[in-house]
Every structure is written in structure tokens, then in C-alpha cells.
Design a protein. Structure first.
Lengths: 577, 90
């Protein structure tokens, strides 16, 4: 019989050594694994069977270089260590010296410990030879070579965990530790000369600015084209036919069954347009409520996360961060702030969670505000592309151009106005690794199923609320209250208040609500821009509030609303078409 | 920060410069780090401490970061921080 988990196992190590891959091997739990430092910002927890009748809790601790509190993540790490029963110290075998500092710190903490010598497969072609027995002897703790991605060595690791015992080590001062590490590495590691591989050559080319910047432009352009063509292809050849040829006839029958109108009919099917269902305009739960997340947004979610996953696993993000660091400093950030921005393009929620990678409060505030204002999520982008794209691709480009200009201008202003300096950054650039198709698909599936689980219910809720608010006349009331802003400043019909209100819940539904309003192209551009800028959706707001605290969140929200008022007004008076 | 020093054996000439001044693809030994405890610790945890040999890979215009090779790993160091790292070229 399996009893309640008794032991707590902590997976600890430097950033980007493959802790999450080992975690997922040990527990079978699904977590995000990428090739850049800082993929895991929160703690993941899973269970594993230690032996016949013992379960253990396994905790994937975000990476740290040493135990002294340097930033928030580190402090929590130290707290976790107090509660752990067993420590698996995951070490990057290709970076032994640097990784062993934490190992020596950990072994002094008096917890039974096993070292997993991860990325073992990479040592060979990097010309690194490690004598595991000697290393084990020098360190005084069991050492197991592993490869988290393929599962090599995981069985041995578990066996060692079963028998791991507490050993005592005399505490060493910092210099003594480095001395000891020097000795250990000298004894157990031999470096051979190796020829530069093809990947290593690209590594250098994509880091130097002269070749790196054109490569970056190419990578972004190609990624964009792939996202777009897969997204459009899925809609045109799979989802539109599915909805139009299969679902519509079914819904029309259902509509007739319900009598073609009435309260229930309007909530489930929505309003018929010209006697038929128009998925973008009917606004019933079973029509627009399903069409928006599944046919309009999902294809772009799939294509975006596929491309992002490949770039992440390849290890491109840290290089991009290096290339844009100088520009980002002008905006009060540093290069690594592109990680939350890029994740935010998929969904602002993981983007807001990645804010923890930022060094200090000022930087976090700037990154959060810029993301919330100028980085629309893929769901919103998909709806904008669908709706505005009908009027011409250049209007879609215009919206993104405006958002990008806002990003730059606001960054420049905040960097000037807010006290302090953007911190100097220091980060590891991992080697390029060829993405493993199985791992890419697994991560994609995780993110897509997450979207289906988290987003679809909210979209349905949004569509339901729209119907209710219409029926009880709230929209009419609000449109009267807000018409000075809407019509006076932004030049929008007062009906658009309904979209603005729903935007607090879901941005994709909000953009969708603009469809039946018969807006001019100029009004569409203004309304879409404002919807992107004025406030984050509820889910993002909750995470931002947690990360920034109430005071900074209030300031940030003030900036967002002010930006929306200003930008909407400027566009209304400046745009002529 | 530039200066010439005679080595202990009186033969080899060592040149001291900051990491910023070091040329691309040049190899040097870290001599000292002019920074507070925090900076020293952070650099150290990425393998950059006095006595280590590093090779500069690239520098970026507009006060961009410097990338270096330490052992078999690569690290990007912010412009200001790179200025605080004094290296010795043989």
C-alpha cells in the first residue's frame, strides 16, 4: 500500500542545468523546460515513488548560484532548504567548476544529498572527460551521471536517493571552497581539444552584433511568417470548414428547435444575422462563444507556441537578450526583460510571472507596465488580425506600429522620470542545442491544453455576461456615462463601451464585440489600440498585483489609463482615412 | 587604467586593461574586480574571479554588453560591469 508522502526531496542547482527535465522524469509531472536561465520562476511540486511503499514530494526549486540571499528567489530557496529531507543537487557536467560552489554550500547544510551530473551526453562532444569515481571521492557525496532529456541515469539516481545518508562536513570559508573546487576539478576532469561544431560556429555568429543583428532580424521575420502561415492555414483549411460545414447546420437545427428567438435562444445561439449564424457577430454561447477561442484564437496559439518552443529549446532567447541589451537600457530595463515581453506575446499571464526575473522594483515596474500596455497577447492579436485584416493588412501593421511606438516612448519617459538606474546584467549564454521534437511537442501540448482549460471557460463566461448585461440594460447606462470620452475624445460610437467593459475580462472577446458595431476602419484601429493599452485582462491583473504590490499596481494602472486616454485622442485627431 | 608592468621573472611583459578595452578574441587573465561585494559575488558565481582565464567573444555598440568565454561556458556582462573587471594580457 502506498502511504502518504513522507519525505520532501528538493531539486537544487544553478540556473539552466536541467532541473525541470529531471523533475519531470522523476515525477511524470508536466513542467516547462527551455534552454535559458530562469525558465522556472515558481516552485513546481510533484510526487514520486521512492520505493515499494514510500512516496516522496519532489520540489523543483528555481535555480540559484549560491545560497546567500541575493534576490527574492534565493531567499525562498533558503527557506525551502530548511524543510527539505533530501537534496538532489543538479550539476551541469559541462560547467563543473562553477556549479560545484553551490554543491559545497549545500553539503554543509547537513541534509542527505545526491549529486546528479546532468547534461552528461554533452560532455563527450565538448571534449570534457569526468572521472565520476574520483569526483565522488573528492566531494564525499554520491554522484550519478544523468541526462534529463533522454532519461539516462534516472533509475540510478532514484536508487541513490533511497540509500542517501546524512554526512557531516566542516564548513569552509569562500576562498577555501574555491581552493577545494580547484583541486577537485583538477583531479577528476580532463579537457580535450575539440573542433568547433557547426552549432558552435552559429553561436558565435549570432552573438556578435555585426552578424547577430541581421540574424536576429531574419529569425524574427521567419518566426513571424511561420506563425502567420500556420495560423492562417489552420483557420482556412481546418477550423473554418469544420465550423461552417458541420457546426452551422447543427446549430441552425437547434435554433429552429428553440423557435428562432427568445431568451434561451439568444444566450445559446445568439442573434441571427440575415436569418443565419454569423460566428463573429451572433454572440451566443454555442456560436461565438466557441468560435472565438477554438476557431479564431487556438490556431495562432498553436503556431505561436510551436515557434516559441523551438526558439526556447534551441537557446536563442539569451542571445536575443544580449543583442537588445543596449536598446533596453534606454528604456530602463536590461536585455533579459525581453523574456517576459516575448512570453507576454503568447499570454500576458506567464509574461507577468516571468517579471520575477527582473532585478529590482523599478525594473519590475517598468517591465510590467510596458508589457501590460504595449504587448498584446496572442488571443487578442488573432482577433485583431481576423477583424482588422479584412480591411487591409496595413491597418493591422499600423496597430502594431502604434503599440511599438508606445512601448519605446513610454520606456524612454519612465527611464527618465523614475529614480534609479537600470541594473547591469550578467547572464549565462547557454550553448545552442538542437530541439528534441518529442520535447517540443510535449511543451506545445502543455501550453495549448492550458489555454483550452483556462481560456475557454472565461470566453464563455464573457459571452454569457455580454448577453446578460445587454438584457438588463447596463451597457445602455454605461454608454451614456462614458460617451463624452468615447465619442468626444476617441471618436467612437458609444456602443463600444460594451467591448471596453468586457476587455477587463477577456481581450479576445472584447475585440470580437467590435465586429457587429459597424465601425469605420479608423474607428476600428483606434478601438483595437485602446483595448490593447487601457488595462490588462483580469487574469493578468491578478498576477501583476501579486508581483508588484498594491501601490505599484495602482501607479501602473494610472499610467495605463492615462496612456489610453492620450493615445486614443491623438489617434482620433491625427489619423486621416 | 592602461599601464605596463614587468613580470616577476623580469622578462614577460604584462599589460593591464579593463575587459572593455580588451580586443575581441583576445585571451586574458582576470586580475581584479573593482566592485562591491555583490558584484564580486555575482561575477564569481558565473566563474569570473581573479586568476581565471577568459576570452572576449564580442562587444556591443551603444554601451551594450560584453560576451566572454569562461572555461567552456559563455557569459554576457553588462557594459558598466565589464568596466570594473581588470584583466592582464600576456
Amino acid at each position: 500500500m502506498i502511504k502518504k508522502p513522507e519525505k520532501k526531496i528538493l531539486l537544487m542547482g544553478n540556473p539552466n542545468v536541467g532541473k525541470s527535465a529531471i523533475f519531470s522524469r522523476l515525477t511524470g509531472a508536466r513542467v516547462t523546460i527551455s534552454n535559458y536561465p530562469g525558465t522556472t520562476v515558481g516552485f513546481s511540486q510533484g510526487y514520486m515513488k521512492l520505493d515499494e511503499d514510500n512516496m516522496a514530494v519532489v520540489i523543483d526549486v528555481p535555480g540559484v548560484y549560491h545560497l546567500e540571499p541575493a534576490c527574492r528567489a534565493d531567499e525562498v530557496t533558503c527557506e525551502m532548504l530548511e524543510e527539505g529531507d533530501l537534496v538532489v543537487n543538479i550539476v551541469d557536467a559541462t560547467n563543473l567548476e562553477r556549479n560545484l560552489f553551490l554543491t559545497l554550500e549545500l553539503r554543509e547544510r547537513g541534509r542527505p544529498m545526491v549529486v546528479a551530473l546532468n547534461m552528461w551526453d554533452e560532455t563527450r562532444h565538448k571534449g570534457i572527460e569526468i572521472d565520476v569515481e574520483k569526483l565522488e571521492k573528492e566531494l564525499g557525496v554520491p554522484v550519478v551521471p544523468t541526462c534529463g532529456i533522454t532519461g539516462f541515469g534516472i533509475k540510478e539516481l532514484v536508487e541513490q536517493l533511497r540509500v542517501a545518508e546524512k554526512r557531516d562536513f566542516a564548513p569552509l570559508a569562500r576562498d577555501q571552497k574555491w581552493e577545494e573546487i580547484g583541486k577537485t576539478v583538477e583531479l577528476s576532469q580532463t579537457l580535450h581539444h575539440h573542433h568547433h561544431t557547426f552549432l558552435e560556429r552559429i553561436e558565435d555568429l549570432s552573438t556578435r552584433p555585426a552578424t547577430g543583428l541581421p540574424i536576429a532580424a531574419l529569425v524574427i521575420y521567419v518566426s513571424f511568417m511561420i506563425v502567420r502561415s500556420i495560423g492562417e492555414g489552420l483557420i482556412r483549411y481546418v477550423l473554418d470548414p469544420l465550423f461552417n460545414d458541420l457546426w452551422t447546420p447543427l446549430m441552425m437545427k437547434f435554433s429552429a428547435l428553440l423557435g428562432g428567438g427568445g431568451l434561451i435562444h439568444d444566450i445559446l445561439i445568439g442573434r441571427l444575422v440575415g436569418g443565419g449564424i454569423v460566428y463573429r457577430e451572433s454572440f451566443g454561447l454555442l456560436t461565438t462563444g466557441l468560435y472565438v477561442p477554438i476557431a479564431a484564437v487556438l490556431p495562432y496559439i498553436v503556431s505561436f507556441y510551436l515557434v516559441l518552443g523551438i526558439l526556447e529549446d534551441f537557446g536563442y532567447l539569451p542571445r536575443l537578450a544580449t543583442l537588445v541589451d543596449n536598446l533596453m537600457h534606454r528604456l530602463g530595463l536590461h536585455g533579459y526583460a525581453i523574456v517576459p515581453m516575448i512570453l507576454g506575446l503568447g499570454c500576458n499571464v506567464p509574461g507577468a510571472m516571468a517579471l520575477r526575473l527582473m532585478e529590482n522594483r523599478r525594473e519590475k515596474f517598468i517591465a510590467a507596465t510596458l508589457m501590460a500596455v504595449a504587448v498584446p497577447c496572442m488571443a487578442q492579436i488573432a482577433m485583431i488580425v481576423g477583424l482588422v485584416g479584412e480591411r487591409g493588412g496595413r491597418y493591422v501593421a499600423m496597430i502594431f506600429g502604434i503599440l511599438f511606438a508606445i512601448l519605446i516612448i513610454k520606456g524612454l519617459i519612465m527611464n527618465r522620470v523614475l529614480k534609479g538606474k537600470s541594473p547591469e546584467i550578467l547572464w549565462e549564454i547557454p550553448p545552442y542545442r538542437l530541439p528534441q521534437p518529442a520535447a517540443v511537442i510535449k511543451k506545445l501540448w502543455m501550453r495549448v491544453s492550458n489555454f483550452l482549460r483556462e481560456a475557454v471557460p472565461y470566453v464563455l463566461l464573457g459571452v454569457f455576461i455580454v448577453n446578460i448585461l445587454y438584457m438588463i440594460g447596463i451597457f445602455d447606462l454605461m454608454s451614456k456615462v462614458f460617451s463624452p470620452v468615447l465619442s468626444g475624445l476617441w471618436g467612437l460610437p458609444k456602443d463600444t463601451i460594451s467591448a471596453m467593459l468586457i476587455g477587463f475580462l477577456r481581450k479576445d472577446v472584447a475585440v470580437g464585440m467590435l465586429a457587429p458595431l459597424g465601425l469605420s476602419t479608423k474607428q476600428l484601429v483606434i478601438a483595437c489600440t485602446i483595448l490593447a493599452v487601457y488595462f490588462p485582462c483580469m487574469a493578468t491583473f491578478v498576477v501583476m498585483l501579486r508581483e508588484l504590490g498594491a501601490k505599484d499596481m495602482a501607479k501602473s494602472a494610472g499610467i495605463m489609463i492615462f496612456t489610453a486616454l492620450l493615445v486614443g485622442t491623438i489617434l482620433n485627431f491625427a489619423l486621416r482615412f | 587604467m592602461k599601464g605596463y608592468k614587468t613580470g616577476l621573472d623580469g622578462v614577460s611583459e604584462m599589460e593591464e586593461k579593463t575587459l572593455l578595452q580588451l580586443g575581441n578574441e583576445q585571451t586574458a587573465t582576470v586580475k581584479e574586480i573593482h566592485g562591491g561585494y555583490g558584484v564580486v559575488r555575482r561575477l564569481e558565481s558565473l566563474g569570473i574571479r581573479p586568476g581565471k582565464t577568459i576570452t572576449k567573444i564580442s562587444s556591443h555598440f551603444w554601451r551594450g554588453p560584453v560576451t566572454v568565454l569562461v572555461g567552456k561556458g559563455k557569459v554576457a556582462i553588462g557594459h558598466g560591469m565589464a568596466q570594473k573587471i581588470v584583466v592582464e594580457v600576456k
